[in-house]
Design a protein around this ligand. Structure first.
Ligand code: GDP
Length: 299
């Protein structure tokens, strides 16, 4: 499958090594767990999450009275899936219209591309979609969104570079109401180096939304780049202080062996992964489903 293909590098980083380990090992002992721990940490699962997973695995092996090392992988797979499904990891969907989706994240993570892909997806599902080019600090981001708009036939509300993002969102909301848009997707600036500015700016945009569009269902998606591994977790922690994030879009999983970061995000942040990017095409942005993910990763 496309998902499996997209996880190729991560499969090499995690699954192939786990398979080698379990195939070459004679018994279930501390050394086996130590080696598993090292594989997981190397694959950016993160120290804390790795420890949690190993503890869960040990407990589950005891419960199931597993003695054969070849059965450990199946139990491990179940433990990972259980961890991923324990939280409310509902796949991304539009529950109610109108919905306004704020898309936040650092420059370069794939924010603009993800907005274009989400717009296409929602349009294909039969929604009236509109995009607001709220990252007014980058002319390139505005241009790129216009290209996506042309490609998908989705209107893009924009102003000139340097204008007030809150003003763009204000305009977009009026236009969305007039055109009875189902989903308004707003880009935002992603200059993380100035945290205070970023927070103030996001807060201002949120105030406009509260005031002008109280009837809209709100979704705040944080876009993270999987190739940055543990750094993505740090970004999420900073953005989490600035906004009530409702879901994560994890891009570029196809470009990294660090796909283990999905597990770290799930267990260290209380935010569900909702969409994952496994390539540059529109269809490469997929709804995250824990079961499918685990099957694609381990089988
Ligand atoms: P922004 O600065 O956050 O708006 O980032 P862009 O949307 O411009 O994306 C940066 C680059 O990442 C572009 O070349 C995209 O094509 C690429 N990209 C985005 N998502 C994915 C993905 O899931 N897989 C791969 N391979 N590339 C991606």
């Amino acid at each position: 499958s496309k998902l499996k293909e997209g996880l190729d590098k991560t499969r090499k980083g995690i699954t192939d090594k786990i398979d080698d380990l379990f195939n070459s090992y004679g018994e279930i002992d501390d050394k086996l767990f130590d080696e598993l721990e090292e594989i997981l940490i190397t694959a950016d699962v993160g120290m804390q999450t790795t420890m949690t997973l190993i503890d869960l695995l040990k407990a589950e092996l005891k419960v199931r009275k597993v003695k054969d090392v070849h059965e450990v992988k199946t139990v491990f797979k179940d433990v990972v899936e259980k961890m991923l499904t324990e939280k409310d990891n509902k796949p991304f969907s539009i529950e109610k219209t109108p919905t306004i989706i704020m898309v936040i994240g650092v420059n370069g993570v794939g924010k603009t591309t993800s907005i274009g892909k989400i717009a296409q997806k929602l349009k294909d599902d039969g929604n009236r979609v509109m995009i607001a080019a709220g990252d007014t600090f980058r002319a390139a981001a505005i241009e790129q969104l216009k290209v996506w708009g042309d490609r998908t036939g989705v209107p893009v509300v924009h102003q000139s570079e340097g204008s007030d993002p809150a003003a763009v969102v204000f305009d977009a909301i009026q236009s969305a109401k007039a055109r009875k848009v189902d989903v308004l997707i707003c880009d935002t600036a992603g200059r993380l180096h100035n945290k205070v500015n970023l927070m103030n700016e996001l807060a201002k945009v949120f105030r406009v939304i509260e005031r002008e569009y109280p009837e809209a269902e709100k979704e705040v998606l944080l876009v993270l780049d999987a190739t940055t591994g543990q750094n993505a977790i740090q970004q999420a922690k900073v953005f989490n202080e600035a906004a009530q994030i409702t879901g994560i879009v994890l891009t570029k999983l196809d470009g990294t062996a660090k796909g283990g970061v999905v597990l770290a995000i799930d267990s260290e942040l209380d935010i569900p992964v909702k969409l994952i990017g496994v390539g540059e095409k529109v269809e490469d942005l997929q709804l995250f489903d824990a079961h499918d993910f685990v099957e694609a990763l381990f089988n």
